[in-house]
Write a protein that binds this ligand. Structure first.
Ligand SMILES: N[C@@H](CCC(=O)N[C@@H](CS)C(=O)NCC(=O)O)C(=O)O
Length: 213
């Protein structure tokens, strides 16, 4: 059975949970306590050299890390990833956008905000992330004004990936007042059959107030 290496407040891991839920794919979960340093043990570093979650292990023992690479692999041959090469490349475009402009910007702000670390970050760093986050939301607003889903007419893994952190923008202290199309898209994603509403706050992990090792 497929194994998912997970940390519950991680929205990178939620992406994979969401796709597995859509696919109804049986799997077992191994929780990695990242703030206690479990990601840096020799045994976990053999699964994912970066020490981060999510990662998966297949029945044959092969391992795969990076949330969006896992989405690409698991969605192959399903309605969530088209076969057409150009349409696949479009999805890859938005998966790259997600890593560069959503996860590393809104995701970081949300992490710092929800775990009290914002007070330990420099005003310049916070300001830079906030400006980048606003630009990200503006780009999404403009794009989603033109079509129902981020890579075209159909719900795909690109929507799952972007939704993971972008939909949590308010938890990162960002206003969505000026982003009606984006908010409609959030509702559209939430109304997909098999949407995984369960998400977890950092508050469930007392160790999350510590810096990552
Ligand atoms: N680009 C990676 C980022 C993974 C990542 O940073 N995961 C966080 C949890 S959201 C983590 O495990 N952090 C532990 C660490 O950095 O040591 C992905 O998309 O999977």
């Amino acid at each position: 059975m497929l194994t998912l290496f997970d940390y519950l407040p991680s929205q990178n891991a939620w992406k994979v949970r969401q796709l597995l839920h859509h696919l109804g794919q049986p799997h077992q979960t191994v929780l990695i306590s990242i703030f206690e340093g479990e990601g840096r043990t020799d045994s976990y570093l053999r699964i994912n050299p970066t020490g981060t979650v999510p990662a998966i292990r297949l029945d044959d023992g092969r391992v795969l890390a990076e949330s969006n690479a896992i989405l690409m692999y698991l969605a192959n041959g399903t309605r969530y990833l088209p076969d057409d090469m150009f349409e696949r490349a479009k999805i890859a475009q938005w998966l790259c956008f997600e890593q560069e402009r959503v996860e590393s910007v809104i995701g970081s702000l949300r992490h710092w905000m929800m775990t009290g670390k914002l007070a330990r970050r420099s005003p310049e760093l916070i300001d830079g992330k906030r400006r980048a986050a606003r630009r990200t939301l503006d780009i999404l607003e403009n794009e989603l004004a033109t079509r129902p889903f981020i890579a075209g007419g159909c719900y795909s893994i690109a929507d799952m990936a972007i939704f993971a952190y972008a939909s949590r923008a308010e938890e990162a202290g960002l206003s969505l007042q000026r982003h009606p199309h984006f908010r409609h898209w959030v509702t559209r994603v939430e109304s997909q059959p098999g949407f995984l509403a369960s998400m977890h706050s950092y508050a469930i992990d007392p160790y999350s107030v510590h810096e990552l090792p």
